[in-house]
Design a protein around this ligand. Structure first.
Ligand code: TXD
Length: 323
C-alpha cells in the first residue's frame, strides 16, 4: 500500500511583504528567509525583477538549509495577509532633480504602495524605509489612517549602528560591547547622543576625549554620504537591511526591544503631529511605548531644529501632493 508523501503545509511562519526589490529590499528579503524569521513577498514595479530575485533565493535554499518561501510579484494581491509590510520603493535623486521633485515623486510612490497594501493587509505593521524617511513615514500614516503605533520608520537603528561601529573601531573593542543612541530626523540634523553611548556600561565620555567624540559624531551624520561617495552608484544597503531586520524581528518575536525609530509624536519632547526619531519599545502590537529622555538644553535645541526641518518637509510634501 503506497502512502502519500505529501505533508500538510505548516503555516506557523509569519509573512513579510517588501515593496521595492532594489538593494535594500532584496537584501532584507534574503536576511528574512535565510535567518528563518518569516516567509517573504517581494514586490516591484519592474516586471521580472522581483520574480528573478525570488527564484534565485528559492534555488539557494538547499544550500542555505532553510524552508522559508519567497515569492516575487508585481501584483499587490500577493501581499495579502502580511504581518509586516516594508516600504522601500522609491527613486534616488538624479542630477537636475530638485529636492522638491524627489519629495513629490517618492511621496506618490510610497503613499500609493501603502494604500494598495492596506487593502490586503489591514492589520499589518507598516515599516517605512524610503527617504526622506521621517516625511515618508508621516505620509504613510496620514494617508492610510492606520493607528500611529502601526506605522514606524527605520533610521535611528541604522544611525546608531553606525555610531556603534565607529566607537568600536576607535577603541578597538568588540562592537557587541558598545551601545549607542541617535535621535532626530534622518539626515544632516540627526542628533547622536554621546551621553547615552556606553562600552560595557562605561560612558564613552570617560573613554574618549571631546575631539574624538565629535569626530565620531560627525562621521555618523555623514554615514550615508560616505558610502554613496565610495559606491559611486547607489547608497548603503547592508546595514540598512540589517537595521530593518532587527526591527521586524522585535515585532514578530515580540521582543519589545528598546530602539530609536521614527514614531508619531503627540506632545513628547514638546513636539506634536510629526514623525521623528526617538527611543521606543517595539513589540508585536507595534510601537508600545515612547521614551522621553532627560535632554540637556543644548540637546533639546538640536532636536527642535531637526524637528523643524522635518516639519517643513512634511508641509512641502503635503502641498506638492495637493497640486
Ligand atoms: O535609513 C534609511 N531609512 C535608509 C533609507 C537607508 C538606506 C536607503 N534609504 C532609502 O531607501 C533610499 O534613499 C531609497 O529611498 C530607499 C530604497 O533604497 P535602495 O537602495 O533599495 O534603492 P533602489 O535600489 O533604487 O530600489 C528602489 C526600488 C527599485 O527596484 C524600483 O524599481 C522600485 O523601488 N520602485 C517601485 N516599486 C514598486 N512600486 C513603485 N511605484 C516603485 N517605484 C520604484
Amino acid at each position: 500500500m503506497s502512502k502519500s508523501l505529501t505533508l500538510p503545509l505548516c503555516n506557523k511562519f509569519p509573512k513579510v511583504s517588501i515593496i521595492g526589490a532594489g538593494n535594500v529590499g532584496k537584501t532584507l528579503a534574503q536576511r528574512i528567509i535565510e535567518r528563518n524569521l518569516a516567509n517573504a513577498c517581494l514586490l516591484d514595479i519592474v516586471e521580472g525583477l522581483p520574480q528573478g530575485i525570488a527564484l534565485d533565493l528559492m534555488e539557494a535554499r538547499g544550500l542555505e538549509l532553510h524552508n522559508r518561501n519567497i515569492i516575487g510579484t508585481n501584483d499587490y494581491q500577493d501581499t495579502a495577509n502580511s504581518d509586516v509590510v516594508v516600504i522601500t520603493a522609491g527613486v534616488a535623486r538624479k542630477p537636475g532633480m530638485s529636492r522638491e521633485d524627489l519629495l513629490k515623486i517618492n511621496a506618490k510612490i510610497v503613499t500609493e504602495a501603502a494604500q494598495k497594501c492596506l487593502v490586503y493587509s489591514p492589520n499589518a505593521l507598516y515599516l517605512v524605509i524610503t527617504n526622506p524617511l521621517d516625511v515618508m513615514t508621516y505620509l504613510v500614516w496620514k494617508t492610510t489612517n492606520l493607528p500611529c503605533e502601526k506605522v514606524v520608520g527605520m533610521a535611528g537603528v541604522l544611525d546608531s549602528a553606525r555610531l556603534q561601529a565607529f566607537i568600536a573601531m576607535e577603541l578597538g573593542v568588540s562592537v557587541t560591547d558598545v551601545q549607542s543612541m541617535v535621535l532626530g530626523g534622518h539626515g544632516d540634523l540627526m542628533l547622536p547622543l554621546p551621553r547615552y553611548c556606553t562600552v560595557s556600561g562605561i560612558p564613552i565620555t570617560e573613554l574618549l576625549d571631546d575631539i574624538t567624540i565629535n569626530k565620531l559624531v560627525q562621521r555618523t551624520r555623514d554615514g550615508g554620504a560616505e558610502i554613496i561617495k565610495l559606491l559611486k552608484t547607489g547608497s548603503a544597503y547592508y546595514a540598512p537591511a540589517s537595521s530593518a531586520f532587527y526591527m521586524i524581528e522585535s515585532v514578530l518575536l515580540n521582543q519589545s526591544r528598546l530602539l530609536p525609530a521614527a514614531v508619531y509624536l503627540q506632545g513628547e519632547y514638546g513636539l506634536n503631529d510629526l514623525y521623528l526619531g526617538v527611543p521606543c519599545r517595539l513589540g508585536c502590537s507595534g510601537v508600545e511605548q515612547i521614551l522621553q529622555l532627560n535632554l540637556t538644553d543644548e540637546e533639546k535645541q538640536a532636536l527642535q531644529i531637526s524637528a523643524r526641518s522635518v516639519r517643513d518637509n512634511i508641509n512641502l510634501a503635503l502641498t506638492t501632493m495637493r497640486n
